[in-house]
Design a binder for this molecule. Structure first.
Ligand SMILES: *Cc1c(COP(=O)(O)O)cnc(C)c1O
Length: 381
């Protein structure tokens, strides 16, 4: 089976992990801060906080920005469920902004319309979580301009987009946002097995994030609320979690980061080759992009019946095509909250036709030819 995605682990990655395993500390040592610094430098941002996974990163980002019961948060309906769930963990209500037909990112026009009506109904969100879908940045400048008058917070879900760029700067630089999260799951740009990151230029925010990652506990004398009782003393100052990442994972992350630019270049070349090979087929291809991190290469077929037929034929040919994503508002757990079919028509029609083709750094040219020839066969059936 050619999977739709897969991690790339080389001998250097393995050697880095083995060295970490042989060191004195396999958690809470020097590699986690070193990894955080390397990511912050790569993304040209003041600070990065590494956590257990991308979902934990979203959860802590919401908590640190003080999202709470009674608040409203908006995100995109075409994303992994975690983009929406994170607000609910904090007691907030979630709503969605329909997507743009061309980019599949949150639509600026829909955002503007929804802000206008929410203003009248007094239902403005406290935060918006745009998703850089498939690795392509949202128009952050325009989103920021639209929400600025209302003081709405901005969290970038860049789980797909580490290594991508926007306005000539790395995604993650937080030029227009309060913070940006990445996932380090094996199918994302680089991996630590499981892992996540929160990036920000706000050092008060990153301090809170580090506190929340570690049970809300500090051992730093200068931060104590009470007098220290001795060398063993620590304080829990907020209700936090154990969302830490290990030294073993940070070692892998540091090694993978040295390969990130090569991974993105390979993904981009593979995407360009798909563009060329699919040029004559009657399918919608992704917009070309020099700046996307190319997490996914998604085509759109003519209709849902065609998609079903092509999906089955390619799976039969041992090609691991997939569908990203079932609109979040149509999940049973969200329909129980009152969402229903028809709420976000663009997201729903995209979902009916979408198909993700295999795309990962080590995908070979001959595998790609095979995917395209099988697709061609299936699409004309
Ligand atoms: C993968 C992903 C997440 C969650 O990341 P995990 O590391 O799997 O918890 C969040 N948002 C999006 C858009 C994702 O694709």
């Amino acid at each position: 089976m050619i999977p739709y995605s897969r991690q790339s682990i080389n001998a250097d990655d393995i050697a880095a992990v083995v060295a970490a395993l042989n060191s004195d500390f396999i958690t809470q040592g020097a590699l986690v801060p070193a990894f955080e610094r390397a990511i912050a430098d790569y993304c040209k941002v003041a600070d990065a906080v590494a956590v257990a996974n991308g979902t934990a990163a979203l959860h802590l980002a919401c908590l640190a920005l003080k999202i709470t019961t009674g608040d409203i948060v908006w995100t995109s309906p075409i994303s992994f469920v975690a983009s929406a769930n994170c607000a609910r963990y904090c007691g907030a209500a979630v709503d969605f902004v329909d997507i743009d037909e061309e980019t599949q990112n949150m639509s600026l026009l829909e955002l503007q319309k929804k802000l206008n009506s929410a203003k009248k109904q007094n239902t403005l969100p406290v935060a918006i979580i745009p998703v850089h879908f498939a690795g392509r940045s949202c128009a952050m400048q325009e989103i920021k301009n639209l929400i600025q008058p209302y003081g709405i917070k901005l969290i970038e879900d860049a789980a797909h987009a580490l290594g991508g760029q926007y306005q000539g700067l790395p995604i993650g630089c937080c030029q227009h946002s309060d913070c940006c999260i990445f996932s380090l799951h094996p199918l994302k740009s680089i991996t630590t097995g499981e892992g996540g990151l929160i990036l920000t230029n706000d050092l008060e925010l990153s301090k809170t994030l580090r506190l929340l990652r570690n049970h809300g506990i500090t051992r730093n004398n200068s931060e104590f609320e009470y007098d220290s009782a001795g060398g063993w003393y620590y304080e829990q100052q907020q209700l936090g979690f154990n969302y830490r990442i290990t030294e073993i994972q940070a070692a892998l992350g540091l090694s993978q980061l040295t390969r990130l630019n090569e991974f993105i270049a390979k993904r981009r070349n593979l995407a360009m080759r798909y563009d060329a090979l699919l040029a004559h087929l009657p399918i919608k291809k992704p917009l070309p992009s020099e700046n996307s991190a190319w997490h996914l290469y998604i085509i759109e077929l003519k209709n849902a019946a065609k998609r079903q037929q092509v999906y089955s034929a390619l799976r039969q040919a041992k090609i691991g095509v997939n569908v990203h994503y079932i609109p979040v508002h149509l999940q049973p757990d969200y329909q129980r909250l009152g969402f229903k079919l028809g709420d976000f028509p663009q997201a729903e029609s995209y979902y009916g036709n979408a198909l993700s083709l295999p795309l990962f750094p080590d995908l070979t040219e001959s595998e790609q030819f095979y995917v395209v020839s099988e697709l061609q066969r299936a699409a004309v059936l």
